[in-house]
Design a binder for this molecule. Sequence first.
Ligand code: ADP
Ligand code: MG
Length: 739
Amino acid sequence: MSAQPPGLAQSLSRVVGGKTATALEKAFGMTTVDDLLRHYPRRYAERGTLTELATLEEGASVTILADIEQVTVRPMQQRRGTILEALVTDGQGRLSLTFFNQKWRERELRPGRRGLFAGQISSFRGKRQLAHPQCLLLPDGVDDDPEAIAAFAGALIPVYSATSTVTSWQIAGAIRVILDTLGDLPDPIPDQVRQAEGIIGLASALTQIHRPANDLELSQAQDRLRFEEAFVLQVVLAQRRAEMALMPATARVVSGGPLQRSFDEDLPFTLTRGQVEVGEEIAGDLAASHPMHRLVQGDVGSGKTIVALRAMLGVVDAGGQAALLAPTEVLAVQHHRTITAMLGPLAQAGMLGGDANGTKVALLTGSQRTATRRRELLDVISGDAGIVVGTHALIQDTVEFRDLGLVVIDEQHRFGVEQRAALAAKARGGMRPHVLVMTATPIPRTVAMTVFGDLDVSTLRELPAGRSPVATHVVPVREQPALVGRAWARVREEVEAGHRVFVVCPRIGDDESAPPGDGSVAPDGGSAGEEPPTASVLSVADKLASGELAGLRVGVLHGRMTGEEKDNAMRRFASETGSERIEVLVATTVIEVGVDVPAATAMVIIDADRFGISQLHQLRGRVGRGNHPSLCLLLTEMPKGSPARMRLDAVAATTDGFELAQLDLQLRREGDVLGSSQSGERSSLRLLEVVRDEDVIVRARAAALAIVATDPSLASAPGLLSAIHALVPDEQADFMEKA
Ligand code: ADP
Ligand code: MG
């Protein structure tokens, strides 16, 4: 499968023995030498800093060398489970190591064994202890003979993440066997790049990261391997870019056509400078005979929809069709409604009162009635519909276009690389459609380069003039319960002034066991575990309607409603004024992206601590879209000073989405940043941190673009080619090669 060079591609069972290989595969999914060598130490214990037990102070981070004296296992008193306590000594002092629910350790922590134990000293009932220390037991027969310890551990002792079946020591042992026989390895980083960067070769780096003689060797190894991660990923992206740039697309000269011109003339406002500039960038791309792949990012409310719509109108002017893909049906329906309304007579081609330059806007959703869908499909095939709005499923369906020139993808975060590749199937006569991707929120620069590195990026920096920022306040439910009453009173005032109000809850109803499929539960880390149930849409709506908001018209919106029900609720909330109207909409995060109801002036988010920073900012962006001053209240039970509360304070303190995106990134773990977008690709980032390593990413990107420009097939860099094959699953690699 993978085209690794012989040494690295070798099966582990042939090198470290069947038993160890099986254990490593079970525990970590490792099958090759490469897999094992890329299991870098989690940390290093410095032997020089070994501490004597008698001198340990509470709170200190220590590594100690000690003998196990006695081990006991007993049930816990307050909870279910067991406590394992190992008493260790260095001959001077004593210390207890405690482990909860890790009875299996009894097998290895046997009295008489000696080991290294690392952790932070705490105290329990006046006794100093190490709770859940990292353990590295010395192999039998190795005593305190420093040379023997050094031989097995080096000066910096590697500590690997281990499991109940494979210990850190076993991993170190297996790696040592391999390193001892490691020859020269083909290097994914070509010589000239390595020289320019002043970094060491692969074989040395792997040796030095597992067995560093000193700090310098370690940092050389880390620098090199970190650069490699960034570089290989950037080469994949650069290749993807280069390949897309070679594909054929129909050039569409879009400026100044009748449809776009009429639209611009009828706009009730002037475009922002950013909207004009980005519009010109897009027009330039569309006029080329290779497909555009551009990402437009901007803060919530910066007017991305208009930018996309103008591009679509331009393509229709030039004789083609444009498809707009939304992540959910609610959004597809809403885009259709907004676009139709914004276009007015321009969207009524062939109808009475329709504009002579006009077109039709078709809508395709999964829950449409067959007859309706058939009618819409006919408009798409015939080309009568210049603009087609649907969910992402549209590109997987067998929908045929007469001449699809542009695909606009709304809210990229839920749209993967594979799906972008599937667009090829929509092409006619080998032509690719141009692709414009719109993000919901601003993306920090390093994320844009890493996750969307194969796209060109345009940024809308300013908001339209005259926006008043949404006043945001944290309402601490426990500390100031009276404020909650005030919050609902404010909601009532807004409704009485003729406005609309959103109430957002983390869950749908009280009866669900698993999270609903609409992404409505998305805490950004840290809130797993036993916590009281959060507010749910159904119970909150009931409670409000019969309590604080009695007399107001309260409706609900959530992911378990049918498409028709959701559409109905949105319509009653957005535009209905009669007795059908909904004044307060209690919803899950279905409303998170894109929903545009200018009359909505207030939002109350219950259990706001359950949402991430970017998500809160996105939610808040649903209000303040008209000319009225707007309000967002973040209700939380979290105590002052807690991390969750500080996140909420940050959201209340600024409305700058770029600032919040950066902060969000810093608080998230890497996996969350890259996870969904890198889906399908084995996560290749071990040392590289997108938050911290901006300079590495920038340099790696420049080097990657340069090498792909001079040698697109990478024929001169076999080591690099192998690394790419190992990184990108075969199917996708095939796609890349075919293209
Ligand atoms: P987002 O970038 O969040 O998708 P939208 O495109 O939905 O933002 O625009 C938000 C609101 O601002 C819409 O009601 C839209 O009509 C309005 N808008 C867009 N551009 C301008 C502008 N240049 N001046 C005033 N209002 C604008
Ligand atoms: Mg939008």
